[in-house]
Design a protein around this ligand. Sequence first.
Ligand code: NAD
Ligand code: TYD
Length: 334
Amino acid sequence: MKILVTGGAGFIGSNFIHHILLKYPEHEVVNLDLLTYAGNLENVKRWEGDGRYRFVKGDITDAGTVDPLVAEADAVIHFAAESHVDRSILDPEAFIRTNVIGTYVLLEAARKNGLKRFHHVSTDEVFGSLGQGDAPFDEHTPYDPRSPYSASKASSDHLVRAYHETYGLPVTISNCSNNYGPYHFPEKLIPLAITNLLEGGTVPVYGDGLQVRDWLHVEDHCRAIADILERGTIGETYCIGGNGERPNIWIVKKLLEILGEGEDRIEYVKDRPGHDRRYAIDFSKIRNELGWEPSVDLEEGLRKTVAWYRDNEDWWKRVKSGEYRDYYERQYGK
Ligand code: NAD
Ligand code: TYD
């Protein structure tokens, strides 16, 4: 199978490329990525020169780039997005452009070229915010996005479903909880905390730190997407969770413990505007239909992630200094 991965230089997309190329020797991958600040080709450098892998630098909002790539693909796995809530609050425009228009451009190319499979990677944030005692999100939860990021992802989900209902496009959608693991860009809570602590700094905790997220190890997420691609039902949505519901302050204290640091490294800062209080996922559907469930225990996953950042200091130091951005030019020229 020839798979077009969008956003394969980002956190989850690059982990997915590793997963597919290592686990499925018969699959080929084309990685289409614009290399925004979040795209880092160093994440996938081990595949350079491999006959089953090709990188294309390009924008998913550009039909001229997207069309021929979709035409030659058997499946599209769509990760490319602006993904950071705080950035969407400061400047929503790129979120509308990439997440809404980019998804539309890909869907149009898929429709015109009779694509056999389109999988859309989305988030649990489209469902809004839960109270402490509320039942977790599932595939029937009404949409209630509350940030420009989640609103743009909600729009893209609606477009994907509309292309299935209207044009019969063979789509699947997954809405997952917060991922963590290797190659996570250090603007998000877990890699920011780990790298700040390794550098001797502090961890900014928004508000009271009691907001709850459900943490899913990225390898479990990638396996779930591969299972949906193989055995998922066309037209269906799958919620993917990690069995890892914890308040932010628990995560930060656990990282302090793993790294042998004290609570003086916590810095409580002003809260995020419109900060969603709690996300939680009921993943019974994918467990019952596809036999998937998360395999990485959260504490164990956090230890492994800390070890990865310790072992890959070069990687995150180059990200934090901005040096990672030269990589494309050095490999591929201007
Ligand atoms: P990321 O920000 O790490 O990576 C996004 C990638 O998309 C980058 O490589 C970037 O260069 C690329 N990109 C951005 N705009 C583009 C454009 N116009 N054209 C081509 N490429 C472009 O994101 P991530 O954390 O890997 O998330 C991947 C997907 O998973 C996103 O759709 C996100 O909404 C979804 N998701 C993420 C999480 C999470 O916890 N990280 C949770 C749920 C869902
Ligand atoms: P983040 O990793 O940005 O993911 P999302 O907003 O998509 O859930 O944030 C995870 C949680 O951690 C969220 O409740 C916001 C909080 N947070 C902090 O407390 N401090 C930080 O520096 C960051 C980046 C996030």
